[in-house]
Ligand binder design. Structure first.
Ligand code: GUN
Ligand code: ZN
Length: 432
């Protein structure tokens, strides 16, 4: 133990594997546990009495007894330029983009605006217990540049990219295939792999990219094989029809991306609601990731994600807010709406599996499980402290909770930012 170390005491809960396949032994739980954090990483995890007995008298001890200390939550699809688009009334995807999103995103030409929003956005993620996210910027390269600078300042593990779009949007929001290639490449060279940051090549979706631009995105992914790729697919019926008209040569929507070389284990496709059997098979075969965005899918009336179908086909899945099509920054609320979407599809989702998904499951979806997603020595000290009695209604309900599973379900269904007592980013408390 040395100066700067911190001990975080509470009920430590983390998953070593997916409880859906590995069963109850996947769960690691210490009722009166503690984590010693050193240099931004987890140095030790164990019984509180053992860790405290070895700690120097002046050790900083954050006492969260009664609350659950879990790995920081992870969001695999969110748009930082949409913090003032969230909760915009009355439209489905294409109208919503044109009426609200494409108007708002033009403000991100101004780096000062980007900086103000990036700071708000990161603070809001931390208030909600989210410590890592896969983030869309706006078209302007400065929007990604400023976001990375803010994430670096906060010490957070973030993946982001400038959006590429060269058609079917207002002129002020368009780049070109060449400019988007050049700008993305410069951002990769500046930010990818710097500290805890990584770059995601981000063609917005097939509606707003020419084949030449998608090919440029594919060239970047080939030249920089460890960058991520993020886009949208099969979200909305009108969108799918539009893509069919724009790319008549493609077998289906996903094939538009496949032809550009954009499928793969570091590719995250938002929504994946209305998929053909061929598309599901291509997702599984390429090890691509489907991002389940329940609040967005409900809000925009897009449809119901068929999780069981994708899981059964072997598709990797992540869970995401998709703010501002999504209506909450909270991964807890997102899981709650996810549960209800699955109910409408005749599927279930035990709380243990949902918490696995929000932590190690999403870390695996981003191939970041060596660094985050569970509480183990050597991993980053990104943690969330959750209180299932945070509100009167939650405390009242908890009088009838007899097990950890019930407590997790209460947190999942009734929890939001109020249930987040603290968020640690690389060991530092970040919840204001
Ligand atoms: N498809 C293309 N752009 C977007 C976006 O910003 N949000 C959602 N939900 N879908 C999209
Ligand atoms: Zn999205």
């Amino acid at each position: 133990m040395s100066a700067g170390d911190r001990i975080i005491r509470g009920r430590i809960l983390s998953f070593a594997d997916d409880p859906a396949t590995a069963g109850p032994s996947a769960r690691r739980y210490i009722e009166d546990g503690a984590i010693r954090v050193a240099g931004g990483r987890v140095a030790e995890v164990g019984e509180a009495r053992d860790l405290l007995a070895r700690a120097p008298a002046d050790a900083v001890v954050d006492d969260h007894r009664g609350a659950l200390v879990m790995p920081g939550l992870i969001d695999v699809h969110i748009h930082y330029p949409q913090t003032q688009v969230i909760a915009s009334y009355g439209a489905q995807l294409l109208d919503w983009l044109h009426n609200y999103t494409f108007v708002e995103e033009q403000r991100f030409a101004d780096p000062a605006h980007c900086a103000r929003v990036a700071d708000f956005f990161l603070a809001e993620l931390f208030r909600n217990g989210t410590t890592t996210a896969l983030v869309y910027g706006a078209v302007y390269p400065q929007s990604a540049d400023v976001f990375f600078a803010a994430a670096e300042q906060a010490g957070a593990r973030m993946i982001a990219g400038k959006v590429m779009l060269d058609r079917n949007a207002p002129k002020a929001l368009l780049d070109t295939a060449q400019a988007s290639y050049d700008e993305s490449r410069a951002l990769i060279e500046k930010w990818h792999g710097r500290g805890r940051l990584a770059y995601a090549v981000t063609p917005r979706f097939a509606v707003t990219s020419t084949a030449a631009q998608l090919d440029a995105a594919g060239a970047l992914v080939r030249e920089f094989p460890d960058v991520y790729m993020q886009t949208h697919v099969d979200e909305n019926a009108d969108e799918i029809e539009f893509v069919g008209r724009l790319f008549p040569e493609a077998r289906d929507y996903l094939d538009v991306y496949a032809r550009a070389g954009l499928l793969g284990p570091r590719s995250v496709f938002g929504h994946c609601i209305h998929m053909t059997g061929d598309e599901v098979a291509a997702m599984a075969e390429s090890r691509s990731v489907a991002a389940f965005c329940p609040t967005s899918n409900l809000f925009l009336g897009s449809g119901l994600f068929d999780r069981a179908r994708l899981v059964d086909a072997g598709v990797r899945i992540g869970l995401a807010t998709d703010v501002g099509g999504g209506t909450s920054y909270s991964m807890l609320r997102t899981a709650s709406e996810g549960y209800k979407v699955l109910q409408l599809n005749g599927q279930s989702w035990p709380a243990g599996e949902a918490f696995y998904q929000m932590t190690l499951g999403n870390a695996r979806a981003l191939s970041l499980d060596p660094a985050i997603g569970s509480i183990e020595p050597g991993k980053d000290a990104d943690l969330v402290v959750l209180d299932a009695r945070a509100t009167p209604a939650m405390a009242h309900r908890m009088e009838r909770a007899a097990s950890l599973d019930e407590e997790l379900f209460v947190l999942m269904l009734l929890g939001d930012d109020r249930a987040v007592r603290q968020t640690y980013v690389a060991g530092a408390p970040r919840k204001a």
